[in-house]
Design a binder for this molecule. Sequence first.
Ligand code: SF4
Ligand code: SF4
Length: 352
Amino acid sequence: MAEDVERPEDANEVEEEAKLEDIATEDEKSEAPSRFKRPTLSNPLGLIFNTRMLRRVVQILFFVGINGYIFAAWWGQDTLTDFWTSMAKYLPTLPIIAPLEAPFAVMAGSFDTMLREFTSASFPFFTLGAMIIFLVVLGRSSCGWICPIGTIQDFATLLNKNKIRPSPGTESELRKLKVYILFFAMFLALWVGISRALGTVDALVELLGPLAIAPFDPFNPAYIIFVLAPEQNWPTGFDSLWILQTWGPVFWLQLIFAVLVAIIAIWFPRWFCRWLCPAGWLYGIFSRDALIGIGRNPALCTPDTCNVCEVVCPMNIRIRKFPYQHMHSADCIMCLECRSHCPNNAIVLRFA
Ligand code: SF4
Ligand code: SF4
């Protein structure tokens, strides 16, 4: 089934592996980081004011902003709570994963919201409309700059310079997992929604439990971190460690998975986004031909002797196999890491 829905670029990737010899040798690849563009002493401000730093700041702001309740819980500020609650009314959903139920959540992920609407037997007109408009114009920049799970992985990745890049064939196989998860979640959501519309949902809800509300939630690290974890009793010292025994085995498994999302990202950047996130795959359908995208300047790009952009790409995209004019990749999250590191300044933002 996954083959049927596999994107053409994924299929081509394996085929082209044979054609596109990795131009840089293994030695050159390991040397690649030393060729990265770095701020120099002649441009010290570049250490602070650069795209990478800007993205980190935006990611932190949204990580906190999406979960503004954290401050309200610590400081007990009614004003702050009122502010976040009123903001939540006006901000649309965004193409990220962020649970609707997180206390004082300012915005929810489009995919999370869409599943909830399906299971409650309503069609997500507004959610889909807002999601598609965003993706068609800005691509998956929300994945690269806003999604809290993307942010967690990106910061974990900063701990290690030596990343592991699976071969295109392995990468292509692993990417199919998120397609299976998407179909699983959509099937359950539509089943529950239709049963609800027919008035026969009660038995199904009993059978599916939490899966009947939003079928991706139990496997969604954002739901585990921002909804389930705050709901648990946490030990406050050694003498209260016994509280951990009150956590159910399912929550323990979910917690371990959420922690693994960060730990594995130390070696495999954005591994959850690349292989497991069904929302990311759905978003990619609409972002692939976005108005704003990435291209390469053919006068500056030297693909025969350089692969720096591919080495630094957290989504492991084989950038050089795309046409110079526009890299129509459904996996690009517009993080601009390739642009920041290209030693020839060959990566450019393309419009339309
Ligand atoms: S692909 Fe990654 S960044 Fe995008 S929604 Fe999924 S977890 Fe978030
Ligand atoms: S191609 Fe460039 S902008 Fe797109 S995900 Fe890779 S590094 Fe980020």
